[in-house]
Design a protein around this ligand. Structure first.
Ligand code: DGJ
Length: 727
């Protein structure tokens, strides 16, 4: 899987279907030679000598064969002759930077080591995984850069990260990206990323690569509503099933950058990592720095295969714990039913109906603690408001349990409210703020300084106390504002640009401690809806609230975009009331259910106000969900109709054992005299006979894929779920 060939001085990283090749030149530069379909050998040993060198680029000392300014560099640094976008930038006290560091040695090992303090992919017994560490060194300053690669053979995934060890004089890292890959013929590709805002997260954006730099990034301390730490680069004509696509995701929940720079020789330098904007990290002699892990995927069968590979690694080797492989809870959340205005009686009335339709769990959302009756106060005071809940959390949990349901609770542990907050009275210095200046409020709250150990310990203790105080079996971990006024009182001035990085280390420690301490609690992350949906948090919490917008139409777009990188098993998806609270749209209950069904299903409305017919419909949905959940969550996803470029949305899921197929299809916008249209399923076995579970019609897999199922004259917001079983 990973080999080093002495003759050609090349490292070859093979997954089941792909190869990734790194070459070493005679002076010790590491060049990126190939990433694509699996190839057998590297026979052209001097391939890089063919690289154009008669140009005006600066030449590295001692070189006349190529210039690092045009060669495909494996890990480009700033300070030498490569004048393109660097992945690494470091300045010493004497003001000098690191020119291109040179190869020192390598190590190939079985399996994979965890990253110090950071979430990462992991290995289980029987996995075919090997790791490669290449050491680069800047001799004059004794700075060592370790490039780490792991090959998940059966997943067709390569992960990369970088560790820096300073054995020389003090220096400051200004950039340390996790991966940079130089791909030839960049003009053939598009840049696809997911952008949006609160309530409309992760819409797909696709633009051709041009000569110059394109990137998206987040600068507000959070992986974000506006962008997500993932991008892919499909050929212009690549679609769901055809064409080459390079994809990269980052296991990081803070500021990031992902993009590409195409140079004048059409080399597309793709990159992903921590955003260097506002970042800096001082390394004294003996200090080390660890970058987050990037997850790289190559597909020559379009975007669909790229996503399925991402989904598999996310589901099976990023998510962890008891809930990774089992069906999770179908739940009712009281947020849109009551907002802050709830009483035990209202909650129990909702629970009674939830029990009636067969839900597993009730979540009590924001407003149960301190003096919190609106969004202006009390964050940080994690003790129950007994005026509002005289029975306490324990009493309420017991009532819910008596009805045969589980009880879940909302927290926003990373925040502090300046108003009506005992914690703030005692520790105003625990909030991120610039001394002597009034910090900006976001949703009336401030962000706690998780770069501090004492703050993290407080969160661990206060959340644990509540979790121990009642039978709580689910937690929604919210985070509702971006960081501003980023400054920590405990760090020296020159280290202030480390605060956001250290915050993430603190957050990961807190999440790791709490989730390990309470392995039987299901955790769902959330950030004002889907404002922090990333691979890193999935390591601690196997699902994320996808968006505060549960409008069935908007959700089709959000879930489609989200599925480019993240699996449906990680998407919280609920049925909410109409007119929808975010967009005012009215859609049929059936469509709302059909849209939520493939995700982690639930309701976000006042069940006690539903009519008997609606409750019966909700009960039927739940039954369907219980029958199909495992297929949605552990099966393979095939996207068929893209709502971004059609009036329809459709997808099908193929179960793990390939015996069942579920087709979900929706009309986003009907037109009169609608054109004749078929849904052609994907991923089926052509010679197998499939039976429609509802009407017993039989079809061959080939027929379903080549001819398909007609749509008929469907009206606005009609939807359908069809299950086909292997005969
Ligand atoms: C934002 C979340 O996305 C909502 O679902 C809800 O939990 C509110 N926060 C509560 O403040």
């Amino acid at each position: 899987m990973i080999s080093f060939d002495q003759n050609t001085s090349t490292f070859k990283l093979d997954t089941k279907n792909t190869s990734y090749i790194i070459g070493m030149t005679s002076v010790g530069h590491l060049l990126h030679l190939y990433w694509g379909n699996k190839i057998d050998d590297v026979c052209e040993k001097d391939r890089f000598i063919l690289i154009r060198h008669k140009n005006q680029s600066p030449m590295d000392p001692g070189l006349n064969m190529y210039s690092t300014n045009v060669a495909p560099m494996e890990y480009p640094t700033h300070g030498g002759a490569d004048l393109r976008a660097p992945a690494f930038e470091c300045v010493f006290d004497d003001g000098s930077a690191v020119p291109q560091p040179k190869y020192k040695g390598y190590k190939i090992t079985e399996g994979k080591q965890p990253l110090n303090g950071l979430p990462c992919t992991y290995v289980e017994d029987g996995d075919k995984v090997q790791s490669l560490e290449i050491e680069l060194v800047d001799e004059p300053k004794d700075l060592h850069i370790f490039l780490n690669y792991s090959v998940f053979e059966d997943y067709d995934i390569i992960t990369r990260s970088v560790r820096v060890e300073n054995r020389g004089p003090k220096c400051k890292l200004n950039a340390c990206l996790s991966a940079s890959v130089d791909i030839p013929e960049g003009r053939k590709y598009d840049f696809v990323h997911l952008d949006g805002c609160w309530g409309r997260e992760r819409h797909v954006s696709r633009n051709p690569i041009f000569c110059g730099t394109q990137y998206v990034d987040m600068k507000n301390g959070c992986s974000g509503h506006y962008h997500t730490p993932f991008a892919c680069f499909p050929e212009h004509n690549a679609d769901e099933n055809n064409g080459i696509v390079y994809g990269m995701g980052l296991m990081w929940s803070g500021d990031f950058i992902v993009g590409a720079q195409m140079d004048s020789y059409d080399t597309m330098r793709t990159f992903i990592g921590i955003n260097s904007f506002g970042f800096g990290y001082t390394l004294e002699t003996g200090d080390t720095f660890q970058s987050p892990e990037a997850v790289l995927v190559y597909s020559n069968h379009g975007l669909g295969e790229m996503s399925r590979r991402m989904h598999r690694i996310a589901r099976q080797r990023i998510c962890r714990g008891k809930f990774r492989d089992i069906e999770r809870y179908a739940l009712i959340n009281n947020w849109e039913a009551t907002y802050f205005d709830f009483t035990p009686e209202k909650i129990i009335a909702i629970a009674d109906k939830a029990k009636e339709i067969g839900l597993d769990l009730l979540v009590l959302d924001d407003g149960w603690f301190g003096k919190r009756n609106n969004d202006r106060s009390s964050l940080g005071d994690w003790f129950v408001n007994t005026e509002k809940l005289p029975c306490g959390l324990d009493g309420l949990a017991n009532e819910i349990n008596k009805r045969g349901m589980k009880f879940g609770l909302w927290f926003e542990p990373e925040m502090i409210s300046p108003k009506d907050c005992k914690l703030y009275e005692k520790h105003p210095e625990w909030a991120l703020h610039i001394p002597g200046r009034e910090p900006s409020l976001g949703r009336w709250q401030l962000t706690l300084d998780l770069s501090r150990e004492d703050v993290c310990d407080y969160i661990i203790d206060s959340v644990s106390n509540i979790l121990n105080s009642a039978n709580i079996e689910y937690v929604k971990w919210d985070m509702n504002r971006y960081m501003s006024d980023v400054y920590s009182e405990l760090l020296e001035p020159e280290r202030q640009c480390e605060v956001k990085y250290r915050y993430m280390l603190g957050l990961y420690r807190v999440m790791d401690t709490i989730t390990s301490r309470f392995p039987n609690i299901l955790f769902e992350s959330c950030a004002g809806g889907g404002g922090r949906f990333d691979l890193a948090l999935l390591h601690y919490m196997p699902q994320t609230w996808t968006s505060d917008d549960s409008d069935a139409v908007e959700r089709l777009y959000i879930q489609y975009g989200t599925s480019l990188c993240y699996p449906y098993s990680s998407m919280g998806a609920h049925v909410s009331v109409c007119p929808n609270h975010q967009v005012g749209r009215t859609t049929p209950l059936k469509m709302r259910g059909d849209v939520a069904l493939p995700g982690q299903f639930g309701f976000e409305l006042d069940l006690s106000k539903m009519t008997e017919e609606e409750l019966a419909e909700a009960k039927a949905m739940l039954k369907q969900y219980k029958e199909m959940g495992a297929i949605f969550h552990r099966g393979d996803l095939y996207r068929i109709d893209n709502p971004f470029d059609s009036r329809f949305s459709s997808l099908n899921f193929v179960s793990e054992d390939k015996n069942t197929v579920v087709l979900c299809r929706y009309v986003v916008k009907a037109v009169p005299s609608c054109p004749y249209k078929f849904t052609k399923l994907q991923g089926l076995q052509p010679d197998v006979i499939y039976v429609n579970r509802e009407n017993q019609n039989e079809y061959s897999g080939r027929f379903l894929m080549e001819v398909g199922i007609p749509w008929g004259y469907w009206k606005d917001h009609e939807s359908q779920i069809i299950v086909f079983d292997k005969k």
